[in-house]
Ligand binder design. Sequence first.
Ligand code: ZN
Length: 114
Amino acid sequence: MHELSIAHSIIQIVESSLPLDFSKKISTVHLSIGTLSGIEIDALTFSFSVIKKDTLLTDSEMEIEIIKGFASCKSCNIDFELNSYGNPCPGCGSYSLNILRGKELKVTNIIVDD
Ligand SMILES: [Zn+2]
């Protein structure tokens, strides 16, 4: 499952950003996920809840901000919202698009319990 390896990556990113002697608990991991990233939020949340056990994130929850996808048309140069691949430009019907945003997966913030 794709989301399982993503959840592993998220935990690795968080753990590698902590000092070696870190002994507090992480309460929340904030993420930004684009609608064009191909990530299923439900599957990711489930995978995370399973594999966070026995890590520093065992008591943490994910807070996910959804980033809407945007594309620009290479033919007529308009920008428009695009939340799934395979949709044409609404202006001219072209499928030749530049994805501007929506593919991201980022850890944006880590909240630590005192
Ligand atoms: Zn167009």
